[in-house]
Write a protein that binds this ligand. Structure first.
Ligand code: ADP
Ligand code: MG
Length: 324
């Protein structure tokens, strides 16, 4: 951004003191020093107005979510957040919008111990575009890589599934209006909480993990491809969010299997870890459900209670495929 206001804007809305041992906002680069024996985990996610968020949505929630979806990638790697950067392109400067956005962003940044240490600010384009990079650390050889699942592993899913997908459909009008249901599931879409504690605990315990951002079948498919395994998934064991109750079975099933924006972790672990994972679930007060198993071959079968394969319409979200 060329305008006079760029540096004031950065100072007012984004600049915060960097934690000790780090150089933060205000120089050509930020500096951070990962601990010895740890790997640096880095991930970037972009959010575009009209595609990832509604133009008229609550900016505070957007600030939260933009960072949350990035932190979810650190969680899926088993990494502890270190710092983040924020690149933002604004069609215009709207002080109220920026203040609310920054408040939401900084609140999660504080809670997750992920300080904002740099970024870029520019004008132009008709939409707001956000690009956040998160950096984290994970003990060497303990990162939850997609390619590290093994035959015979159990498949697990954290939390519940489907709520964000149903909220989005209700808001887009592709499901008939249902205010009571929307009240139940809206939070899942607008204020997801990255599973950072779970991810960190799983590093060194589970073999592989992925976060469910584009739909369980699609994201799990990536993990299976990378690990060269096949999987059976038990439809009746999938942890459905309460907001899915009473929905048409096809809609419910689609939300569970292909609904995006879930930000839960799907992970593969050796069966001898079952007790440990059940204990963790109680400690975190977070459901962690065993939903399937890895087998040899390729592909992903979804089985009903009778062990019959269920046919699937949609696997997940793809930006370059037909819209919802
Ligand atoms: P440069 O000219 O090196 O690109 P800038 O003038 O763009 O630096 O930014 C000045 C400082 O403010 C840098 O430290 C940069 O990382 C930081 N910064 C710019 N925009 C943001 C933002 N949206 N959030 C956080 N830090 C920012
Ligand atoms: Mg710059």
């Amino acid at each position: 951004m060329q305008s006079q206001g760029e540096f004031d804007l950065i100072a007012q809305y984004f600049k915060r003191p960097a934690p000790s041992g780090m150089l933060g906002i205000g120089d050509d680069c930020a500096l951070l020093s990962p601990a010895q024996g740890w790997d640096l985990a880095v991930s970037t996610d972009m959010l575009v107005e009209g595609r990832h968020f509604f133009a008229d949505g609550d900016p505070r929630l957007l600030g939260h979510k933009a960072l949350a979806v990035n932190l979810s990638d650190l969680a899926a790697m088993g990494a502890r957040p270190l710092a983040c950067t924020l690149a933002i392109s604004l069609p215009r400067v709207d002080a109220d919008w920026l203040q609310a956005f920054a408040d939401g962003f900084h609140a999660l940044s504080r809670d997750a111990h992920c300080p904002l240490i740099g970024g870029d600010t520019t004008g132009g384009a008709d939409q707001i575009i956000l690009s956040i990079t998160v950096m984290g650390e994970v003990r060497r050889h303990q990162a939850l890589r997609r390619a590290a699942a093994r035959l015979g592993d159990d498949l697990w899913v954290s939390g519940t599934l489907g709520a964000a997908d149903i909220a989005l459909r209700l808001m887009l009008g592709s499901l008939p209006p249902d205010p009571a249901r929307l009240a139940l599931c809206r939070n899942a879409l607008e204020a997801p909480m990255p599973r950072l504690k779970l991810g960190r605990y799983l590093a060194g315990v589970a073999h592989a993990a992925i976060d469910i951002s584009d739909g369980l079948l699609q994201d799990l498919g990536h993990l299976l491809d990378a690990s060269q395994c096949a999987a059976d998934l038990w439809l009746d064991f999938l942890p459905a969010h309460a907001a899915l109750q009473g929905l048409d079975e096809a809609v419910r099933r689609d939300a569970l299997l292909a609904g995006g924006d879930a930000y839960e972790l799907c992970f593969a672990a050796h069966p001898r870890r079952r007790e440990q994972i059940d204990t963790l679930s109680r400690q975190l007060a977070l459901p962690i459900t065993r939903v399937g198993t890895l087998r040899s071959g390729s592909g992903l079968r979804v089985l009903d209670a009778q062990g019959q394969e269920v046919s699937i319409q949609r696997r997940g979200f793809d930006h370059f495929a037909a819209p919802l």
